[in-house]
Design a protein around this ligand. Structure first.
Ligand code: 13P
Length: 257
């Protein structure tokens, strides 16, 4: 049984003080939600303070990126060694990083480094609108998976997030059924690269304009194990609602209704 994961990607939002205020306001209600793992990915500058604040909490912390080297002359970068004691997860290959910072090329090295340092990578993959329109979605996703996992023999408990680029921040989403089918194909690809067991254990999230109004449509699908939430994760009440809806659906499916 895969435990659903609801992850909030704050992107480049929130000062340290704003991060404290946001998390303080939401931590207790989030902790009360059972059967769902909840993860917050703030900017680097807030990681240390939030790690202290969430020390005894069930809420997990993640970074939004990292370099693949543990130290060196890489001005402006942050290494796995620097974040490994602050967070359990790291987002890798987000489409915004692929677009602006060449992460198509670096995702593989970053995943290897994260696994090495015991940080769970959340690998983001997704197709552009024109690729979707021209029927190239699967081809693009398979290529991204092959590149990201090149020469990695054991992906451990890695998480994958399917985020169609045209759905990010646009208010448009895939339908639950479309996302479910595509995620099913991603799972098949994992099974062809590794073993069936790896494929059936790997958690695959949907991301792209997830809100309190549409979360149910996604998490009630059998292949979808949660969501990577951008804008709505900055709104405490909505994020809480997304997590609690996910908990409700997960408990229904555990009880077979
Ligand atoms: P939105 O939820 O704002 O569309 O962002 C999705 C995303 O990019 C999460 O990583």
């Amino acid at each position: 049984m895969r435990i659903p994961l609801i992850a909030g990607n704050w992107k480049m939002n929130k000062t340290v003080d704003e991060s404290i205020a946001l998390v303080t306001g939401i931590v207790k209600p989030l902790e009360d939600i059972k059967g769902v793992e909840i993860l917050i990915c703030p900017p680097f500058t807030s990681l240390h303070t939030l790690a202290d604040l969430l020390k005894n909490s069930s809420i997990k912390l993640g970074a939004q990126n990292m370099h693949y080297e543990d130290k060196g002359a890489f001005t402006g970068e942050v290494s796995p060694l620097m974040i490994k004691d602050l967070c359990q997860y790291v987002i890798i290959g987000h489409s915004e990083r692929r677009q602006y910072f060449n992460d198509d090329e670096y995702a593989n090295k970053k995943i290897k480094a994260a696994i090495n340092f015991g940080i769970v990578p959340i690998l983001c993959i997704g197709e552009k609108l024109e690729e979707n329109m021209s029927g190239k979605t699967i081809e693009v996703l398979e290529r991204q998976l092959e590149q990201a996992f090149n020469d990695i023999h054991n992906i451990g408990d890695i998480v994958i997030a399917y985020e169609p680029i045209w759905a990010i921040g646009s208010g448009k989403t895939a339908t639950g059924e479309q996302a479910n089918n595509t995620i099913g194909v991603i799972r098949q690809k994992i099974s062809s690269l590794y073993e069936n067991k790896t494929a059936s254990n790997v958690r695959i999230l949907y991301g792209g304009s997830v809100t309190a109004d549409n979360i149910t449509e996604f998490v009630q699908q059998p292949e979808i194990d949660g969501a990577l939430v951008g804008g709505a994760s900055l709104k405490p009440e909505i994020f809480r609602h997304i997590a609690s809806q996910t908990s409700r659906i997960a408990s229904q499916s555990r009880n077979g209704c």
